[in-house]
Design a binder for this molecule. Structure first.
Ligand code: SF4
Length: 321
């Protein structure tokens, strides 16, 4: 297969003129990363996924030297400042993660000190997790859904508890171990939103757990888009508005230490307003003077605090409980 074809299949369908860039945020800076799969082959059959095993597409994989050279070349050309590497599960999660890590090892051997984000495979083993944390700047395993129920319905062969949650817990402990020894390393994950009837409340409850207990740096949300020739090709796409609403609510949970329980939800468990501050329970708004803050909502919450000259919430929230 030609390089151009490989590029198209592994970099989310882009062409050579358009570099597939993911902007990672690190210490207030945006870092452009080459976003690519190691392979678009997968043994699994998640119902929503363009790479599911039963979907007829051309399968391919980067050879180690191809991806290493490409990353270095694009970095030298100042198109990117690092690599974001994910993958389908080639034969098993261990083999796939080993191949991902070999690429990163090779880059580091060549003194490539730029930013590397590794999305690891559900089911990866602990030794590979450690190696990934040593080598990368950001690691994660995509959680996709808030509970086992949705795995049974959509992810089919994967266990939410064993393959994902248990691995994220272990990864969190490894990350913490390395952080304490001075390594700057972030742990992240991603939900896909709107595939089934999972509610904002369920997603935010799991988000709160991830931020509070596992110290994640960032939880991402991706609105579902139907893919042709998958079992969900006729399902309605999820709105980008919901994706934004979840981000806003999650930042209130992460940065202001609010709880998913502090919001009011409709009968389906979803937030009623695109600005989740409006969905806070009356007693929470009152307790933290949110009614005053809402007058300034167009400025965003941090600026509203400054304008309102009200630091009581920040003070309260920064006091250890
Ligand atoms: S394991 Fe990942 S790549 Fe494979 S089918 Fe499921 S979502 Fe797609």
């Amino acid at each position: 297969m030609s390089f151009t074809e490989k590029w198209k299949f592994l970099t989310y369908g882009t062409n050579l003129e358009k570099c597939p860039i993911f902007l990672a945020s690190s210490n207030g800076k945006k870092i452009p990363l080459l976003k690519t799969l190691l392979s678009n082959s997968c043994i699994n059959n998640c119902l929503f996924c363009p790479y599911r095993n039963e979907r007829r597409i051309t399968r391919t994989i980067w050879k180690k030297e191809e991806l290493v050279n490409l990353t270095i070349k694009l970095t030298r050309a100042k198109k990117i400042n690092g690599l974001f590497l994910s993958s389908g599960i080639i034969k098993d999660p261990i083999l796939t993660s080993e191949k991902q890590i070999e690429i990163v090892e090779e880059l580091r051997k060549l003194n490539y000190n730029n930013y590397i984000h590794l999305t690891l495979m559900p089911g990866i083993d602990i030794e590979l997790m450690k190696r990934a944390v040593e080598l990368a700047n950001r690691v994660g395993i995509n959680i996709e859904f808030p509970s086992q129920q949705y795995y049974d319905e959509v992810k089919l062969y994967l266990s939410f508890k064993q393959d994902v949650l248990k691995r994220l817990k272990l990864l969190s402990r490894i990350v913490e171990y390395y952080r304490k020894r001075g390594k700057k390393i972030d742990l992240v994950t991603q939900f896909i939103v709107g595939v089934k009837e999972e509610s904002d409340k369920e997603i935010l409850e799991t988000t709160e757990y991830l931020y509070r207990k596992l110290n994640l740096k960032r939880v991402y949300y991706s609105a579902f888009e139907p893919i042709e020739n998958t079992p969900l090709e006729n399902k309605k796409p999820e709105s980008k508005e919901r994706e934004k609403r979840l981000y806003r609510a999650s930042f209130l949970i992460r940065d202001y230490k609010l709880s998913y329980k502090d919001f009011e939800y409709d009968e389906n468990g979803n937030l009623m307003y695109s600005d989740p501050k409006k969905s806070l329970k009356p007693e929470i708004k009152e307790k933290y003077n949110f009614n005053d803050l809402l007058k300034f909502e167009k400025f965003g919450i941090k600026r509203a605090f400054r304008l309102n000259n009200n630091y009581s919430l920040i003070k309260f929230l920064s006091t250890p409980s």
